[in-house]
Design a protein around this ligand. Structure first.
Ligand code: SF4
Length: 111
């Protein structure tokens, strides 16, 4: 229950991890944490749906917000990747000296 309160509070203010990939496969397992939600419904094909989908709280809307809060890794369609380290990104551009300065210096020397 403590974790549910923690997920609720953190989801109010903190964004979803940028490393989250995948999509919801409508297994409905997150809607049973720790007890089945009264708004959880299943269609004829066994896929879950939320009876208050457009009014659902941020903790449901953002689940799983971070990898540590993903309690349904066996069934959830979302997963997390580690962000690429900064050193593997495109290197900064290399600037050449301004050619106009060399031209003025050459003119002074010959003139
Ligand atoms: S556990 Fe993941 S895949 Fe299953 S209903 Fe929740 S968000 Fe969707």
């Amino acid at each position: 229950m403590f974790n549910k309160i923690k997920r609720f509070l953190t989801s109010l203010f903190l964004p979803v991890d940028a490393g989250r990939r995948g999509d919801c496969n409508r297994c409905g397992d997150c809607c049973k944490l720790p007890y089945p939600c009264p708004f959880l419904q299943f269609d004829a094909e066994g896929l879950s749906r939320c009876a208050v989908y457009h009014l659902r709280p941020p903790s449901c809307r953002k689940y799983p917000r971070i990898a540590a809060e993903n309690l349904t890794t066996q069934t959830c369609g979302f997963y997390f990747v580690v962000p690429e380290p900064v050193s593997h990104r495109v290197p900064p551009p290399v600037f050449e000296p301004a050619p106009i300065q060399a031209k003025i210096w050459a003119t002074e020397k010959t003139g």
